[in-house]
Design a binder for this molecule. Structure first.
Ligand SMILES: Nc1nc2c(ncn2[C@@H]2O[C@H](COP(=O)(O)OP(=O)(O)OP(=O)(O)O)[C@@H](O)[C@H]2O)c(=O)[nH]1
Ligand SMILES: [Mg+2]
Length: 362
């Protein structure tokens, strides 16, 4: 699962990417316009995972991860000629977007629009995506009209069905609203994917605030939340980059001094995971404690299949204990005594943090 970091030039995307992934990609005082992508794998911070590791002291521990990808900034006005082919490809290939919006002042790095205005920038990027999609939808509708005249009658209902969806998209886009805020049915979602429409991608806004705005971080995030469907967070990229450079002891000290309990990026990673519609279950033991990423709503067989296809094929039951119940009982054996241990069937919807042990037979 991949999160693409997008935004206008010089908003701090690469600075944030570096802090997130512990990389050391070059940041610059000029808009890089490079087509190079930076890819990094990030562990999803989860205190429950740490607790399980302390409980089992396993030989091996495997946390959940997600991937972040950083590219050069999108310039304003790109959508009129269409975003570059590389950018369209990039946005289409990721599973969700993290839009970095600049709120920090930095005279040595002037904003490409000449002033700091997060609300304007949020709209600018959405407009680029919306214009790109609108151009496509209009072209596709034109072609559909022609095909409808040309094709035999029995082929038409399918096209009419598609046309209806495209007209719905067009109305939304003409109102300057992204497709992600529409409720799509299965066919509509399929066409969005097939046509590589961009504004349908889930998006989270990350306000990159100045060092002097740190105390107002939550207020700023709230102030610039564009709508209820778009999660918005604020961090200071520069400070996060500094925190990321420190070793664990210094990190703890620095955060105590700043009066924060965890790096802001941890919240960003967790929110990204959530944005992707993901959560995890755990397997535990002396050999390995591991977090397994699944989609919210996945059932026990799908979860078993993540571990190994044999476990899905020969699935009998999932021994299941909720995370809180395991902690409360103090051990797996104890959960059977107190009655929080469960045997779940194939259709059981795995809950976030469940601890599973799959009974199977192949
Ligand atoms: N003062 C301040 N400067 C920052 C902050 N974040 C980034 N910068 C500076 O802004 C400049 C651009 O940062 P980058 O991370 O390269 O920005 P970018 O969005 O990746 O830029 P492009 O890839 O060229 O679009 C660098 O000189 C950073 O040091 C911040 O939170 N505060
Ligand atoms: Mg960059």
């Amino acid at each position: 699962m991949k999160i693409g970091i997008i935004g206008l030039p010089l908003t701090g995307k690469t600075t944030i990417f570096n802090a997130l992934t512990g990389s050391d990609e070059m940041t610059a005082n000029f808009a890089s316009q490079s087509t190079e992508h930076h890819v990094g794998v990030v562990e999803v911070p989860d205190p429950r995972f740490e607790t399980l590791v302390n409980m089992y002291e396993p030989k091996k521990q495997v946390p959940a991860t997600i991937e972040f990808v950083d590219v050069a900034g999108i310039s304003k006005g790109a959508g009129k000629q269409g975003l570059s082919t590389e950018m369209v490809q990039f946005i289409r290939d990721v599973d969700a977007l993290l839009h970095v919006v600049r709120s920090f002042e930095n005279e040595s790095v002037p904003h490409t629009e000449g002033s700091i205005d997060p609300a304007r920038d949020i709209e600018t990027i959405d407009t680029e995506l919306i214009l790109n999609d609108l151009m496509f939808v209009e072209k596709r509708l034109e072609k559909l009209e022609k095909d409808l005249l040309r094709l035999p009658k029995d082929k038409r209902p399918q096209l009419e069905h598609e046309k209806k969806a495209l007209l719905r998209f067009q109305t939304q886009l003409e109102a300057e609203k992204p497709l992600r805020s529409l409720d799509l049915d299965a066919d509509e979602a399929k066409w969005c994917r097939q046509y590589a429409l961009l504004s349908v991608q889930p998006m989270m806004i990350l306000l990159n605030v100045g060092e002097d705005q740190l105390t107002a971080i939550d207020d700023l995030a709230q102030q610039y939340t564009p709508n209820a469907e778009t999660p918005t967070m604020a961090i200071c990229g520069k400070v996060e980059a500094e925190i990321a450079q420190l070793d664990d002891d210094d990190k703890a000290l620095f955060m105590t001094e700043m009066g924060i309990t965890e790096p802001g990026l941890n919240r960003v990673i967790r929110a990204s995971y959530d944005l992707l519609g993901l959560h995890c279950f755990f397997t535990v033991g002396k050999d390995e404690v591991r977090a397994w990423t699944i989609r919210k709503g996945d059932n026990a067989v799908t979860a078993a299949g993540k571990i190994h296809s044999d476990l899905a094929r020969g699935f009998i039951r999932a021994e299941t204990v909720a995370y809180e119940d395991l902690i409360q009982a103090g051990s797996w054996a104890k959960t059977k005594e107190v009655g929080t241990f469960r045997l779940e069937g194939k259709e059981y919807i795995v809950q976030d943090g469940d601890i599973l042990s799959i009974r199977f037979n192949v």
